[in-house]
Design a protein around this ligand. Structure first.
Ligand code: SAM
Ligand code: SF4
Length: 351
């Protein structure tokens, strides 16, 4: 693709008009290495014009490695006999929040498998306790598919945001990634319910998941355009031992960076994390994601004795700048690319 064509396609992303499938297709399939670098520069400039050189930090607390689901890609799937299980108590979760608060964090993200023992009622009690102790902090949940009543209870208890990746917008591909009792329709219904309840909502997909084609990514991007999420989480697929996809190859770091940049141009104000999966696949993955337009990092506050057990994929990074103790390293790494940590709540501010 020539330079003029490429720039014309990128400019279409900044327009409020709907982006045609063929525009996404070409942007995904055709850019040269030079064009990818140019795209990253544009995306970085857009992010800087909205957020300066600050990167929001969220304290990630992985509250349970038990899951009733059997997603084919995930090391926590219930069918993985090699998985090590733990669940945090309410007091342990509160203690993680306290540690993060002492360091200046203003958002707690409670993420976990769909653990039947961490019911809506139980979790609402935890959220209410966090809300009472930390009235001004943001509480984000990422605990999978729940009923409208469940989401409503959690929202009333004080949860502000919810992360639920749609994983893939193609129903056939969704069936390839999930067991028969899970479907795209229900996932999308959950996302609509979360929106209706006034959560700031995050969705997104893995890049390079088994069976993923360019056409699926085109559908993903068009779905995101329709849903207009406040947060968009994408990261490369990484195989997990003990799952049906353990022998598959990981997703590409470069393709993930390309997608982060395209998303930044299309959703200038979205909160887009530099994911742990990026940091796992490449040593400077966090910095590269930020230079491609990401603006959030989620250091890990899960208690150390549990952290290795939250093994959603192999060799998941949980030390270095991904851990609380590594905050200094994160500060140094960001400083190395001219950025800094922004400890504010970092709510979605709209455009
Ligand atoms: N259970 C909740 C859910 O599924 O939304 C939250 C926890 S789940 C582990 C969080 C995300 O991890 C999923 O949405 C999925 O995209 C990602 N994930 C799971 N297995 C992965 C893998 N093998 N490689 C990369 N990302 C993975
Ligand atoms: Fe459970 Fe989430 Fe993993 Fe699926 S992706 S098995 S729902 S933890």
């Amino acid at each position: 693709m020539g330079e003029n064509d490429f720039e014309m396609l990128l400019k279409m992303l900044a327009s409020p008009a709907k982006v045609a499938a063929d525009v996404w297709r070409r942007l995904l399939a055709e850019p040269s290495a030079g064009q990818r670098a140019q795209l990253a520069l544009w995306a970085r400039n857009v992010a800087q014009s909205r957020f300066g050189k600050g990167v929001y930090v969220r304290a990630l607390i992985e509250i349970s490695s038990w899951c009733r689901n059997n997603c084919n890609y995930c090391g926590l799937r219930c069918g993985n006999r090699l998985a090590q299980r733990y669940r945090l108590s309410r007091e342990e979760i509160l203690e993680c929040c306290r540690q993060a608060a002492v360091l200046g964090f203003n958002t707690f993200v409670l993420q976990g498998g769909e653990d039947p023992l961490q019911s809506d009622v139980w979790l609402a009690g935890v959220v209410a306790a966090i809300r009472e102790e930390f009235p001004a902090k943001a509480i984000t949940l990422s605990v999978g598919e729940r009923t409208m009543a469940g989401y409503s209870l959690l929202r009333s208890a004080g949860a502000d945001r919810y992360l639920l990746r749609h994983e893939t917008a193609d129903a056939g591909h969704y069936s390839h990634l999930h067991p028969a009792n899970m479907n795209l329709e229900n996932r999308l219904r959950c996302l609509e319910n979360l929106k209706e309840l006034g959560y700031q909502v995050g969705c997104g997909m893995m890049v390079g998941s088994p069976g993923q084609k360019v056409e699926h990514l085109v559908k993903d991007l068009m779905l995101l355009d329709r849903l207009q999420p406040q947060m968009i989480g994408i990261g490369p697929f990484i195989p997990a031992t003990g799952t049906p996809f353990e022998g598959e190859k990981p997703g590409s770091v470069d393709d993930t960076l390309l997608l982060i940049s395209l998303l930044r141009l299309r959703f200038p104000c979205a909160l887009i994390p530099a994911t742990t999966a990026m940091a796992t696949l490449c040593a400077d993955g966090t910095q590269r994601a930020i230079l491609a337009g990401a603006n959030v990092v989620m250091p890990n506050f899960t208690p150390l004795h549990c952290r290795m057990k939250y093994s959603i994929y192999d060799n998941k990074k949980s030390g270095g700048s991904e851990s609380a103790r590594g905050l200094d390293l994160l500060v140094k790494n960001l400083d190395g690319i001219g950025y800094h940590v922004d400890f504010s709540r970092g709510d979605y501010g709209g455009c």
